[in-house]
Design a binder for this molecule. Sequence first.
Ligand SMILES: NC(=O)C1=CN([C@@H]2O[C@H](COP(=O)(O)OP(=O)(O)OC[C@H]3O[C@@H](n4cnc5c(N)ncnc54)[C@H](OP(=O)(O)O)[C@@H]3O)[C@@H](O)[C@H]2O)C=CC1
Ligand SMILES: CC(=O)N[C@@H](CCC(=O)OP(=O)(O)O)C(=O)O
Length: 346
Amino acid sequence: MIKAGVIGATGYAGQQLVYLLKYHKEVEIIFLSSNSYSGKKYSDVYTNYYGIIDNVLVSTEEALEKYDEIDVLFLALPHGKSIELVKKAVDKGVKVIDLGADYRLDSKEEFEKWYQIEHPYESLLKESEYALVELKDKESIKNSKVIANPGCYPTATLLGIAPLLKKKFIDTKNIIVDAKSGISGAGRGIDIYKLYCEATENVKAYKVASHRHTAEIEQEMSKLANKDIKITFTPTLIPMSRGILSTIYANLKINKTKQELLEIYKEFYKENKFVRIREIDVQTKDVKRTNYCDITINIDNRTNRVIITSVIDNIVKGAAGQAIQNMNVLFDLEENMGIENISIYI
Ligand SMILES: NC(=O)C1=CN([C@@H]2O[C@H](COP(=O)(O)OP(=O)(O)OC[C@H]3O[C@@H](n4cnc5c(N)ncnc54)[C@H](OP(=O)(O)O)[C@@H]3O)[C@@H](O)[C@H]2O)C=CC1
Ligand SMILES: CC(=O)N[C@@H](CCC(=O)OP(=O)(O)O)C(=O)O
């Protein structure tokens, strides 16, 4: 059994992770950590787990004392809060899967510019593996000490555009990403804009031309295309709890039909069960609470522009499900173990 600890177990990403770990047949939960609720039972915070997950929450300090008892540490904390905890775990030889952004960017300068937080561990930042399983070499995930779980918007977007970048089918100078997210993407913390009266019947574009995921998306797109890429990225908050739909626009450099591109995508992802290339309009309903990413492509023949739409559940494929997928790869388990469920339509 893999012995796992979770720091940040009480957030939205954390609670989804705890759920998946609880039902994973190769995992034993050693500790769940929260500072606000330490000393309370997990089922006091999330009452749905009454009689099922009654572990007493430990503080971050107490969790540190338990690093010797675990094989893998998951962190699901706000930006900047994992930097030190990850370093301490690595120093003790514990494998780390960080759901946050602290080890996703390759460069200290880029991290500090986009996050306005100092990062003292430049070499660990460089060593960490940006682990979008479908696009990475599984051996390097297995060998890495720190797995940086990709962000939610980047996951949907990179899976959506990767085949076109790899095959050099598009002009990389004017890629536009327009992505919509449910409100759980912003976490469980209290903010006025998340209140029901503020968020319902409202659609809001935010951090236009300045969202921190721009750096993450550009970094990984540039690696896929083997050249420097800059994008226009607009995230939008929509009044639903879960789900992301990313729409990606680019100019085609080649002549292909929609059907031909769909076949190329199917071939590209043929080994990857969680990416489904669809011939219908994709919708978040089909991937809700699942680890699937559904993608479709259309071509606007008047402009020769390709339009890709990609949907995920932000908390599962965009966070906790993908973290389990990474754990499965890390420990040489079946990649789909514990995350094979499908959505229920209503
Ligand atoms: N929500 C989503 O869709 C996604 C989230 N993520 C990432 O997962 C991470 C968590 O996000 P999310 O679950 O949404 O956030 P939440 O705000 O819902 O949860 C944050 C968690 O961090 C803990 N926490 C807060 N401040 C501190 C601190 N100073 N020290 C230690 N623990 C702290 C909280 O615990 P407590 O208050 O109980 O101590 C809570 O468990 C983030 O990095 C986010 O980027 C990634 C992809 C998608
Ligand atoms: C709707 C919403 O607020 N979304 C978050 C992204 C959530 C996420 O998963 O990103 P990280 O893992 O990088 O934090 C945001 O825009 O910051």
